[in-house]
Design a protein around this ligand. Sequence first.
Ligand code: GLY
Length: 441
Amino acid sequence: MKVLIVGNGGREHALAWKLAQSPKVGQIFIAPGNGGTCQIGENVPVSSDDLEGLVQFARKQQVNLTIVGPEAPLVAGIVDLFESHGLLIFGPSRQAAQLEGSKHFAKTFMKEKGIPTAHSESFGSFETAVSYIKKRGTPIVIKADGLAAGKGVTVAQDLTTATQALRDCFENRAFGDAGSTVVIEDFLEGEEVSILAICDGQDYLILPSSQDHKRLLDQDRGPNTGGMGAYSPAPVVTPSLLEKVEKFIIHPTLEGMTAQGSPYKGVLYVGLILTREGPKVLEFNCRMGDPETQCVLPLVEFDLFDLFYSAAQGNLLHKGICPPSKRAAACVVMASGGYPGSIQKGIAISGTEKVQDEDVVIFHAGTGRAENGQLVTTGGRVLGVTACAESLSSALDKAYQAVGDIAFEGAQYRKDIGYRAINRVSSGSIPEKPGGLKAKS
Ligand code: GLY
């Protein structure tokens, strides 16, 4: 079978790596791919927002299944376009992708279906939004309605910050039309976890849970980023919590989308916050998480091609909750100097060849090849150094050992990936078990 993966990040490299393990997959194309994906398949010089170009490529190559990594082409309707050409594609339709493409849509949907989430109101003008915030008080969360490349959310601790966030949306138009409607949400306290479910419109398979680290610096300090690392499984996600997530979130979401005439097919990413009152949805995404994918996929023992192919056909092969792996995985992101601000590209990366541990995979994100074949940086997040082991602490040790072998000028990475899980075990709130977590001594 021929597979086309759309995207160019660490998530897409992880998808290519996992799909290449399927005996059913003969050829993998990645559009546009990166300096790592070209070692697994063929990079295709078509950008992920060139929907017509992607259709033409898939038709010409007679691609059997297309898998879409990032949200923007999904929200723009790539699935509807491919299907109108009779091409099989795994992802939600334009309308179903509104769960991520419009925060207002997602919050209205959750309110209607009784899915637990923070109280919120939507506004289309600066004045009405400011007057609401003055009444409601701080801390409060301001979200641009549309896609804003991960930058449209402000957690405001005071009125001045909240007012500035609203000014950025309505007056400075920092997010263009994506900020012309704003969702204002109550601030919730709790640990955040990511749950990914492969959905076929009716049924779902929940993949191993994970937690990512969004802040740039250790101890969750510094600016927000696309994610500086992740680990799986998240020990805080117990079987009884997962049951609640299935019953009160995933099941009603799929049922509700079908009732609205937009059955949800694709990966449903549930960004959860674990509050005292129980799990609540912080956000839905219509694709896999990055870097969560890099540590979740190594723990999935099913053939990923079978899962995506059957889900795309509306008849998911395995349903329910993925059997727990005996192993744990950790991903440490190495980023360019200056990230998440402006960065310099084209910096030589050395040492990847020194990493010989078979439990370690280096997923590429912002990398490319110079004319002489040298691996160079091309983006903010450069590599996702991922390791698996019988415990999270061993996986982290292996990942950090590999990180120590790799170098590029200005490289930055967090030194405390997984700290919450490790602390949880050290404090005794999760018993040590084989294949689970082991506290660092
Ligand atoms: N790691 C967060 C996301 O993929 O949205």
